[in-house]
Design a protein around this ligand. Structure first.
Ligand code: M6R
Length: 349
């Protein structure tokens, strides 16, 4: 089933352009999206969206928050499911809940769902498994169409979750964004990068220490959180995803000669701010790697990705970081598809 690939994770990373295109085929009837009208009007009537999820799905939720707030103007919060279930924040008058889960079986989310249903709230679940518990028990369910994800480390499901959140946000208002077109540009950009990538060399040159930092601002900060989870999960390298501007407020003390610092830069407005943080860590001996989109490119950058719609940049920025994790784990001869201490679906709270 892995075909030409040594591991499911590598296969699933390479499937990502096809996954995005499959979503477009499944969700578009020529130019109109197939998101149910009843779901759209339920969200339109809410005054605040709450996205609940765990792990990588929570990181997709962070990108979703930005999409909802920028496109629909509806304030959106993201909560870790295991916290929300027992420490419920003060809710707005008309909340709408979106539970994001690849498996649709995560116990922390089930706990949230049970709680919310007793209060008769409207709930949408976004899962990869239409027959899953979460998909069956919610008011509305959307499928991400990523196909079975076998590797414990989630890759294609993350991309697919963002694509669905983007399509959904874009269906709520009269949006000027042609999301179908923008997502197909993303699919092409991922394909283009995967066809020419040389990540293994960078991993050998840069990831030579037992720790690592990802830094970025805005959406790149969120990508850094996801990148760092993925690197920890399969390479066992202690990694932190950090808001680039916050590093100097304490954590920069950890930077020493050779500490790997991977910078993510995809927003021209804050390009120079992150570069100045890079100068700070370089001056303290950091071994840096720059992952940038072409609209932010400078001569010293190592990994250049195609520029895509600004709200969708995480979908392209994450791909090199997935491969960094994969090759770092490969170099250390770890069980990539089944990392230690982990299960694909976390069914205990
Ligand atoms: O099936 P879910 O999306 O609900 O799973 C949530 C997390 O357990 C999951 O994303 C986990 O963080 C991944 N193994 C990360 O790669």
């Amino acid at each position: 089933e892995k075909g030409v690939y040594a591991h499911y994770m590598l296969k699933e990373i390479n499937e990502q352009p096809a996954v995005v295109r499959r979503i477009l085929t499944n969700y578009y009837d020529t130019e109109t999206s197939r998101i149910p009208k009843s779901l759209i009007s339920a969200i339109q009537q809410s005054d605040r969206i709450y996205i609940l999820a765990a792990g990588t799905s929570m990181h997709a939720g962070l990108i979703g928050k930005n999409l909802f707030e920028k496109i629909t103007n509806i304030p959106t919060e993201v909560h870790i499911a295991s916290e929300f279930a027992y420490q419920r924040p003060l809710l707005s008058k008309s909340p709408f809940f979106i539970l994001v889960s690849q498996s649709g079986e995560t116990a922390d989310l089930r706990a949230c769902l049970v709680e919310l249903k007793t209060s008769n709230y409207q709930i949408l679940t976004i899962t990869n498994v239409p027959s899953s518990t979460l998909a069956r028990e919610a008011t509305f369910a959307l499928e991400i169409h990523a196909g079975p994800e076998i590797a414990v480390a989630s890759t294609k499901a993350y991309i697919a979750q963002i694509a669905i959140l983007a399509l959904l946000a874009n269906s709520i208002t009269e949006s000027s964004i042609d999301m179908k077109k923008e997502l197909s540009i993303v699919a092409n950009a991922i394909e283009n990068f995967l066809a020419n990538e040389s990540i293994l060399t960078h991993v050998r040159n840069k990831l030579t220490k037992p720790n690592c930092f990802y830094i970025g601002r805005g959406l790149d900060y969120y990508t850094g959180l996801e990148a760092s989870l993925k690197l920890k999960e399969i390479s066992y390298i202690q990694t932190e995803g950090f808001a680039a501007g916050e590093l100097k407020h304490g954590t920069i003390a950890l930077i020493e000669e050779g500490t790997p610092v991977i910078a993510l830069i995809s927003d021209p407005k804050i390009n120079h701010n992150t570069r100045s943080n890079l100068n700070e860590v370089s001056a303290r001996g950091a071994n840096t790697l720059h992952i940038v989109t072409s609209n932010c490119e400078e001569p010293e950058d190592e990994i250049i990705l195609d520029t895509v719609h600004p709200l969708l940049t995480p979908m392209i920025m994450v791909v090199p970081t997935q491969l960094i994790s994969y090759y770092a784990a490969l170099e250390r001869s770890h069980d990539i598809d089944k990392p230690r201490n982990l299960a694909k679906s976390v069914t205990v709270e």
